[in-house]
Ligand binder design. Structure first.
Ligand code: PMP
Length: 285
């Protein structure tokens, strides 16, 4: 596999980053994941815009322009012959000589930029998407700026492991009695014709897929209510689903051992998945 590191395309085993890199020592970096379907990028502009915002919130600057970023994405998809899969991008504050809590001077320390691809044949047609996934609820112990897409993913990883140990697929995190989001996705319930999902704030990541799916839901005459919801409300909902760049719209069929409806993916989740995939493929670049 060919990867991109700081201006160079290299075989993955030749790619190197300093042990002093602040992402390695302090999780001081941000990332994006963009899906590839049919060799094309899904919602690249949305991811590029959110990247700029994450960087700005952390007083960092991208070492490449959005045009260069697109070019790098496309080149990696091309050389690695990615039909379906994803492009992972990470920008960190770089590697000053010494470990220090204070940010290094950006005039003397360049950011580190790394991109690689992952091939995922059949990404849009997984068994999970046909059968739905099971989630458990766990306390949300993450930091308070979840709107910044940082590489501090230890708690979400632990959440995923808690889910696996409980025989489930993922965990929904709960704070002050209400669901924030999934370990790596935004969470929704469906009550009648209404889609309910938590409103945007610093409590959750502003999903690129979320923005598109809510737009399609409104266009399909579904009602959208942006507010927190509880696990009890979710368990008595008609349907539930999650969204992310790599899972698209994924039906949820069980929450803390309670099956939703007939235990199968609901019609609205299935419809939104179909619309999302159709529209995304059409708009892919
Ligand atoms: N919330 C969290 C915590 C996530 O990690 C992700 C995916 N990175 C999402 C939501 C979904 O965001 P997107 O639709 O932009 O992939």
């Amino acid at each position: 596999r060919t990867v991109y590191v700081n201006g160079e395309y290299l075989p993955e085993h030749e790619a190197r980053v300093s042990i002093f890199d602040r992402a390695f020592l302090m999780a001081d970096g941000v990332y994006e994941v963009t899906s590839v379907l049919g060799g094309k990028l899904i919602d690249f502009d949305g991811h590029a815009r959110r990247l700029e915002r994450s960087l700005g919130e952390l007083e960092m600057k991208s070492p490449v322009t959005p045009e260069q970023l697109l070019e790098i994405h496309r080149e990696l998809v091309r050389v690695n012959e990615i039909e379906d899969g994803l492009v992972y991008l990470q920008i960190t504050r770089g590697a000053p000589g010494d470990r220090d809590f204070a940010f290094p001077d950006p005039d003397t320390t360049d950011p580190t930029i790394v991109l690689f691809t992952q091939s995922k044949p059949g990404l849009a047609d997984s068994a999970a998407s046909r059968e739905g996934i099971k989630v458990i609820s766990i306390d949300d112990h993450r930091w308070g700026r979840r709107d910044i897409k940082t590489v501090q993913l230890l708690y979400p990883s632990m959440g995923k492991m808690m889910a696996k140990k409980a025989g489930a697929d993922d965990a929904w995190m709960v704070e002050d009695g209400a669901v924030t989001e999934g370990t790596s996705n935004n969470a929704y319930i469906v009550v009648g014709n209404k889609i309910v999902t938590r409103q945007l704030s610093t409590d959750i990541l502003h999903g690129i897929t979320r923005a598109a799916v809510l737009r399609y839901a409104r266009e399909a005459q579904m009602e959208v209510e942006e507010r927190p919801f509880t696990i009890a409300e979710a368990q008595s909902a008609d349907e539930a689903f999650v969204t992310s760049a790599s899972a698209f719209v994924m039906p949820v069929v069980e929450i803390d051992g309670v099956a939703l409806g007939d235990g199968k993916p609901g019609p609205r989740a299935r419809r939104l998945r179909e619309i999302y995939l159709d529209e995304s493929r059409k708009a892919a670049i």
